[in-house]
Design a protein around this ligand. Structure first.
Ligand code: ADP
Ligand code: MG
Length: 690
């Protein structure tokens, strides 16, 4: 079969080769292997879908109560009425009087006796043999009939070249060592089975994708993923990066030791541990690729600053990048506070800078005059070239697309150098993800909050009780404490979002005349935002009404109460992040999740979970099961799901097996690796290296 023979509609779906067709696996099946007489069909069809056949003896279009087609068929045993509320002229012709048709559907009691409504119909000769396998139903885009896909797949399965590309090439020692006890079919047998399961197949296991044939396919897919991730890991280790050794006692390390000296607190044990791990990475000759993970408020920023300090001590630049302007700004202010007293030049680069300021910043980055650079996405634009970048820190890395990960490299003499990368995230990576998508990422976890933090009490309250909440707020502010009032994200309209925030602001200003209420939102200019935040920090503002711009980075310990309006509109991670703004001081902290009815089931469950736990891991797991890994990783922009057949939750146990086999394969049979990757990933292989 050449691709030219394939309908373009199939090619558009990516079904452009026998291999692609073979891997286009059914989503479900129809059982057309059994045929009942009409009499039997009439009784059995009330409990399950049945297939029967007969001669058309009547075909009429009725117009009352609405236009419909009524067809009657008969065999030696009985007659059966078929009813079509929508139909094409072609169907009318297909079921002309005298035609013989095979029909499949459920039987129900109609006004004029038992009938089938919208059965599937095929015109067949009475003696047409029954298929011996279940009929596959394939995922299809609109306008492509099942018949076309079925034919193309069946033809692909007969291709001799396919037998070759699906041939077992895992060496037998390997299959006996790892796979024997699984009792899985070979890949070719598994794929053939999934396309054409026998009439007595375990359809439930097929549908749930737990059947051994599915297992074999899932295993192969995971194997490809593991192999390519491990290869990416090996490639990284062969790359060169500048080596930043820890200063000898009494040596230089001026910036690092200076930073530790100006710090108003000492590092927690967890911070010390992760800093040692990162410091060790920086002393390698290959680039670090590490995720620093720690719950909101666990103190990741200072660890990043230490890594930057060591980098600068070796005469290299460090960059800190954050996904939003407000978060980047927080980092910029923190870094300035810590580093400027040490004589370090800290530069700021964001998209909102005026053209002239941007040019100046870029020039300072390019000349090397800027030693530490903080900013947004603007940092990775082509117009920015670093004099000597040694470390890139990426905060909230899951908010960046996979393709945006930095691949910054530079030539020093004849050698190519890559910079070290430190990603930071408050969203824990569930274990299954860490073992798959993130297998080439080293992970450090800060599992301890700075001392003195109190747990946050979360309450879920109907918005009908708004007055009560406001009066509670008055008592709270009366004690000299501060609070946040968060207005919902309105994705469809920034204008509408601003308006709700302004409404709440006006209402609360009126309701709480004895206190100063402030408002901050995304439309404010950077300096206006900074002024409001500074006033809040100085307790000149007691209640801060805000849109989700405060989601990350804001740090006011005296503000220990947060009200979130329309909490039902927020996702898990968002509320978890928001809530992390409180609980930073020594006061008891409260978070009130206000919701409007009616509440969807999913929203109800979400709010309940958030009330019951503040454990970032639990919340991330829930989030994962809800949204799928793509979104969590920021991979959805890529449009390419890497795992088509594997469900990370359902199939978690397979990952470990695939990992073992991948390791074995890479060491013992490196020659087979390419073949396996080619077969599974084709053009997608590149993506995995990103
Ligand atoms: P996150 O991990 O959410 O980015 P931050 O780095 O913003 O957290 O730290 C949260 C707050 O905790 C900041 O005010 C920071 O100065 C403070 N902090 C960090 N480490 C410590 C520590 N070891 N002891 C006391 N306070 C700390
Ligand atoms: Mg942070």
């Amino acid at each position: 079969m050449t691709t030219k023979q394939l309908p373009t509609a199939l090619q558009k779906m990516g079904l452009d080769s026998p291999m692609a067709l073979a891997l286009h696996l059914p989503s479900r099946y129809e059982d057309e292997t059994e045929l009942f007489s009409i009499e039997d069909a009439l009784s059995r069809g009330r409990f399950s879908t049945v297939q029967t056949q007969g001669l058309v003896i009547r075909n009429q279009v009725l117009f009352r109560p609405r236009r419909q087609l009524l067809v009657t068929i008969e065999d030696d045993t009985a007659v059966l009425q078929l009813r079509f509320l929508n139909f094409y002229p072609s169907q009318q012709k297909q079921m002309a009087v005298g035609a013989h048709v095979r029909v499949r559907g459920d039987v129900r009691e109609g006004f004029q006796g038992p009938e089938m409504v919208h059965p599937t119909v095929r015109a067949v000769a009475p003696e047409t043999v029954l298929p011996s396998s279940l009929t596959p139903v394939y995922p299809a885009s609109a306008g492509i009939s099942q018949t076309i896909i079925r034919k193309a797949v069946a033809q692909a399965l007969r291709e001799p070249s396919l037998k070759e590309s699906l041939a077992e090439f895992l060496p037998s020692q390997l299959t006996t060592k790892f796979l024997a006890k699984q009792d899985w079919p070979s890949l070719l047998a598994a794929i053939t089975y999934l396309h054409q399961p026998p009439a007595d197949a375990d359809t439930e296991a097929l549908l749930e994708r737990t059947h051994p044939a599915w297992r074999r396919v899932q295993f192969e897919e995971l194997l490809a993923q593991q192999v390519s991730l491990k290869r990416a890991h090996a490639i990284r280790r062969q790359r060169r990066a500048p080596q930043f050794l820890q200063a000898q006692t009494g040596g230089d390390g001026f910036i690092e030791s200076g930073l530790l000296r100006v710090l108003p607190f000492s590092l927690t044990n967890a911070q010390q541990r992760v800093w040692a791990e990162i410091g060790n990475d920086l002393s390698n000759t290959f680039p670090m690729n590490r995720l620093l993970q720690g719950d909101v408020g666990s103190g990741k920023t200072i660890v990043a600053a230490l890594a930057a300090a060591r980098t600068m001590d070796h005469g290299y630049q460090a960059a800190v990048m954050a996904p939003t302007e407000i978060l980047a700004e927080q980092h910029y202010l923190k870094m300035k506070e810590w580093f400027e007293p040490l004589g370090i030049s800290v530069a700021w680069l964001s998209g909102s800078l005026k053209a002239k300021e941007k040019k100046l910043a870029q020039a300072a980055i390019e000349s090397g005059q800027a030693q530490l650079i903080v900013g947004t996405h603007a940092l990775i634009q082509e117009t920015v070239s670093f004099a000597k970048l040694g470390l890139a820190v990426i905060d909230e890395q899951h908010r960046f697309g996979v393709r945006q990960r930095l691949e910054i490299q530079q030539r020093v003499g004849s050698e190519l150098f890559y910079c070290h990368q430190l990603m930071m995230s408050a969203t824990p990576i569930p274990r299954t993800l860490a073992m798959t998508y993130y297998a080439d990422l080293d992970v450090s976890v800060i599992d301890e909050l700075p001392p003195g933090r109190k747990p946050i009490v979360t309450k879920v309250v109907k918005s009908a009780r708004r007055d009560e909440i406001v009066s509670g707020l008055r008592d709270w502010l009366g004690k000299g404490l501060q609070a946040y009032w968060v207005c919902p994200l309105i994705e469809e309209s920034e204008v509408l979002q601003l308006q709700t925030a302004e409404d709440s602001f006006a209402q609360l200003t009126l309701a709480l005349p004895e206190f100063k209420v402030g408002l901050v939102h995304g439309r404010l200019k950077a300096d206006e935002k900074a002024a409001v935040m500074a006033a809040f920090k100085a307790n000149e503002i007691q209640l801060l009404v805000a849109t989700t711009v405060i989601e990350v980075g804001v740090d006011v310990p005296n503000a220990a109460l947060m009200v979130i309006e329309h909490a039902e509109r927020f996702g898990y991670a968002q509320i978890h992040q928001l809530r992390g703004r409180v609980g930073r001081g020594s006061a008891d902290s409260v978070c009130i999740l206000m919701y409007a009815e009616p509440l969807s089931l999913a929203a109800k469950e979400r709010l309940q979970t958030l009330r019951e736990t503040a454990d970032g891991f639990v919340i991330a797991e829930r989030d994962l099961s809800l949204r799928g890994p793509g979104e969590l990783l920021g991979a959805k922009q890529s449009g390419d799901a890497m795992l088509r057949f594997v469900d990370l939750q359902r199939d978690a146990w397979l990952i470990e097996l695939a990992q073992q086999v991948a390791e074995y394969l890479l060491v013992e049979h490196a020659d087979l690796v390419e073949r396996h990757l080619e077969r599974w990933l084709g053009s997608r292989a590149e993506f995995l290296k990103a």
